[in-house]
Ligand binder design. Structure first.
Ligand SMILES: CSC[C@H]1O[C@H](OP(=O)(O)O)[C@H](O)[C@@H]1O
Ligand SMILES: Nc1ncnc2[nH]cnc12
Length: 287
């Protein structure tokens, strides 16, 4: 089943058949919104607006735990995030879709794991994006003749303020390609929930480093978002149309990430935490 998390400017997914907004409860708290559940040519699709309809939640205050948990509860196996981002490279002009493959997590005010005292687990994040899922996203981008680039590193910053000039230059010196505020801890939590994850990062601006573009201007970002939201929606619609109807096993094991990850001995596990993990870790806890 395909899940889609829509970022800034993407608060609905037109083209979903038999769609309805549905409340899904989570032991991890309140998700950003109801989910919109529908179908595309027989494929079940679950959509969630990351900031809530009306853009209610700031990047720091989004309940990423609840969002990923409700996706898991709905049966999502493959999750695509659509995100606005700033460009850290001259050649990635506004309007370009970057199919990110790596992340640097510089967020610092968000819980990052479903696990902790009472159930410790360590999953690999060496390859945060599922290559097969991104293959399908790339095929969809090509079929829709969109300007896209496969690969790139997304710097996740805390925000909500944009970067200073010095920070922007530093991220460029690290080789980062795009910058945003939301894909972490989202990607980490998706991995812990054994959901294949891929990101479509839509460039809306040149961040603050570019001498000819000056400071980041939210009005200009909103204009680019509005001009390109339909392209993002086309891309997701094509992906949903062409994605295999059965989940394909992930070649890097994103969908079995917890197999050997749990460290805490069964008799030392905290029953309250185990109960909250019923969906996220259900595959290994219920066998
Ligand atoms: C609208 S500019 C800043 C805002 O946009 C991005 O959000 P999302 O990733 O949900 O599209 C960025 O991360 C900031 O939250
Ligand atoms: N320049 C930027 N920095 C952080 N997040 C963004 N989202 C869109 N543009 C951004």
């Amino acid at each position: 089943m395909l899940g889609v998390i829509g970022g800034s400017g993407i608060y609905d997914l037109p083209g979903l058949e038999n769609a309805e907004w549905k409340t899904v409860e989570s032991p991890w708290g309140t998700p950003s919104d109801q989910v919109r559940i529908g179908e595309v040519d027989g494929l079940k699709v679950v959509f969630l607006p990351r900031h809530g309809r009306g853009h209610v939640y700031s990047p720091t205050d989004i309940n990423y735990h609840a969002n990923i948990d409700v996706m898991k509860r709905c049966g999502v196996t493959d999750l695509v995030s659509v995100s606005a981002c700033g460009s850290l490279k001259e050649e990635l002009a506004p309007g370009t879709f970057v199919l990110v493959e790596q992340f640097i997590d510089r967020t610092f005010a968000r819980p990052k794991s479903y696990f902790g005292n009472g159930c410790v687990a360590h999953v690999s994040m060496a390859y945060p994006v599922s290559p097969r899922l991104i293959d399908h996203v790339e095929a969809a981008a090509r079929a829709e003749t969109l300007a896209y680039r496969r690969g790139g590193t997304y710097l996740a910053m805390e925000g909500p303020q944009f970067s200073s000039l010095a920070e922007s230059h530093m991220y460029r010196s690290w080789g980062c390609d795009v910058i945003g505020m939301t894909n972490m801890p989202e990607a980490k939590l998706a991995r812990e929930a054994e959901i294949c994850y891929a990101t479509i990062a839509m460039v809306t601006d040149y961040d603050s480093w570019h001498p000819e573009h000056g400071e980041v201007d939210i009005q200009a970002i909103i204009k680019v978002l509005n001009d390109n939201a339909h392209n993002a929606q086309r891309l997701v619609a094509r992906l949903a149309r062409d994605l295999p109807r059965e989940h394909e096993p992930c070649p890097i094991g994103s969908d079995t990430a917890l197999e050997y990850a749990l460290m805490t001995a069964p008799d030392k596990r905290d029953p309250a935490l185990m109960a909250k993990l019923d969906a996220v870790a259900g595959r290994i806890l219920n066998r």
